[in-house]
Design a protein around this ligand. Structure first.
Ligand code: SAH
Length: 474
């Protein structure tokens, strides 16, 4: 795609930093950005871009406002303001969703629906959110109002469906708070089931208005397949899907794992995840509502184990609480999916200084034309083999080396100083063995198990025990 894309509102909208930049160049810049932030951790692979990077967003949200000259307008807010930028055509949003928003604008005029004024609290319609399942074609329209009453709502919905019979559900969401959040807490379904479904790589997903669902479904399949392949599942693993949203990553992993545990804060998303596992006949996945950090603390307290952790936190990244417990659960692999390279870099710093090493870094362009970039990182637990091997090698060394002897010598010196009694290394070794403190094989013990050797007398044993306590060895 070589033609340079232009947009008349890009300056005011501010969403597409790369408008007017060739796509290949965008990709290169994003890749370099990820490399700049993450090169200390490992080699950054070539970014995976899109074949057709236009109209990819399956979710379109417009704020509604009234302009004295133009009448009803809709679009995003101008940076750092609550002034609505009039957008009638966007190059990255799904065209069908945009068409529906244009229709809503016209219907507002014919139904005399006023747009909500944030300053005065006057008027009704605040936002419209349209979501389309690219594979199923199902479409959700959420009308977000400042008040719970919507005069003539049934006729309004009828007219909307007449213009767009492809709409499968319409929701009325009430947001009467002074907030930058789009959706309020109260919701009624005006038409259809209240959610849409979409399919990704053969699995069906139910998506509610408030649930997170990746906005670029084409690249989502690419992203998830990279994440799953990084995990290298064999079918035996217990897998955590932290920050699971509607369960997508975990459900993809479930076919290749023994057990999947998903954890998510948003109750609607958890409900969707549970329904999604049922809908897809998946029996080895469980989803829980809660904070990911609290959840792993509980897992660790219950002595539960896991082999692979997928973590896909919001742009703000994960928390030290989550990561610190995650490393004590000691999964063999952590697959970190991130939409914020800077918070990813911060979190990798933590994970790599707590027993994990980065093996792969794969940027994926989920958001062409915008400055955003997604990255999948594979972290692997540093093998305890290295540690064991060193210990074993030590056994081949001369055990009278100063640092090996020191412990015994310190114990002897301590007992001599405290009690004026001499004890032998053999006696110390015998007491340690009796207490279950692992001794290196052959240390001071005769090669032949039956060989006669002096046994540590009881009074010396007591002193050795005291010394071991003093050195906090028991
Ligand atoms: N993995 C999912 C969702 C990723 S978005 C997907 O690919 O679709 C990040 C998710 O983290 C959101 O669903 C958000 O609700 C959830 N979240 C945010 N903070 C959280 C926390 N402290 N604990 C658990 N989930 C959280």
């Amino acid at each position: 795609m070589d033609e340079l894309i232009k947009c008349s509102v890009s300056k005011k909208c501010g969403g597409c930093r790369y408008i007017g930049t060739e796509y290949d160049k965008q990709l290169l810049e994003k890749e370099q950005y990820v490399r700049k932030l993450l090169h200390d951790y490992g080699r950054v692979s070539k970014i995976v871009g899109m074949k057709e990077p236009l109209y990819y967003r399956n979710k379109v949200h417009h704020a509604f406002a009234y302009d004295r000259k133009k009448g009803i307008i809709s679009g995003c807010y101008e940076a750092n303001t609550h002034k609505v930028v009039d957008i009638t055509k966007c190059l990255i949003e799904d065209e069908k969703c945009q068409e529906i928003i244009e229709t809503v604008k016209k219907l507002c005029v014919s139904f005399k629906i006023k747009t909500y004024d944030e300053d005065t609290g006057y008027g009704l319609l605040r936002h419209v959110l349209v979501r389309r399942g690219f594979t199923t074609g199902e479409i959700m329209v959420a009308l977000i109002t400042g008040y719970p009453v919507f005069p003539g709502k049934n006729n309004f919905v009828k007219a909307l469906l007449k213009a767009h019979p492809e709409i499968t559900t319409v929701i009325l969401n009430i947001n009467d708070k002074k907030t930058s959040m789009v959706l309020g807490d109260r919701e009624t379904v005006l038409y259809g089931p209240g959610f849409i479904k979409d399919k990704l790589s053969g699995l069906t997903f139910r998506i509610s208005s408030k649930s997170f669902y990746q906005v670029n479904p084409v690249q989502t399949e690419v992203l998830y397949s990279i994440a799953i392949s990084f995990a290298g599942l064999s079918g035996k693993e217990t897998v955590i899907d932290a920050y699971c949203g509607i369960g997508t990553i975990g459900l993809f992993a479930s076919a290749k794992a023994a057990k999947v545990i998903g954890i998510e804060l948003n109750p609607d998303a958890v409900r969707d995840a549970i329904m999604n596992s049922k809908e897809n006949g998946i029996k080895n996945a469980r989803f829980y509502k809660g904070d990911a950090g609290d959840f792993v603390v509980k897992m660790a307290e219950d002595g539960e184990k896991c082999d692979v952790v997928f973590m896909d936190p919001p742009r703000t990244g994960s928390t030290e609480k989550f990561m610190s417990v995650c490393v004590t659960l000691s999964p063999e692999k952590i697959v970190y999916v991130s939409c914020g390279p800077d918070t990813l870099s911060r979190d990798l710093k933590y994970l790599t200084s707590h027993g994990y090493e980065v093996k792969k870094i794969q940027p994926v362009d989920m958001f062409p034309f915008t400055e955003h970039v997604e990255t999948v990182v594979l972290l692997v637990r540093k093998t305890p083999d290295a540690y064991v091997r060193i210990k074993m090698d030590m056994e081949d060394f001369d055990l009278t080396k100063p640092e090996t002897k020191a412990t015994y010598e310190e114990i002897k010196a301590y007992i001599l100083e405290q009690y004026g009694v001499k004890v032998s290394s053999l006696y110390i070794a015998q007491v340690k063995e009796k207490l279950g403190i692992k001794e290196r094989e052959n240390y001071n013990f005769p090669k032949d198990a039956d060989a006669k050797q002096p046994q540590c007398p009881k009074d010396k044993e007591r002193l050795i025990v005291e010394a071991l306590k003093h050195f906090k060895m028991i």
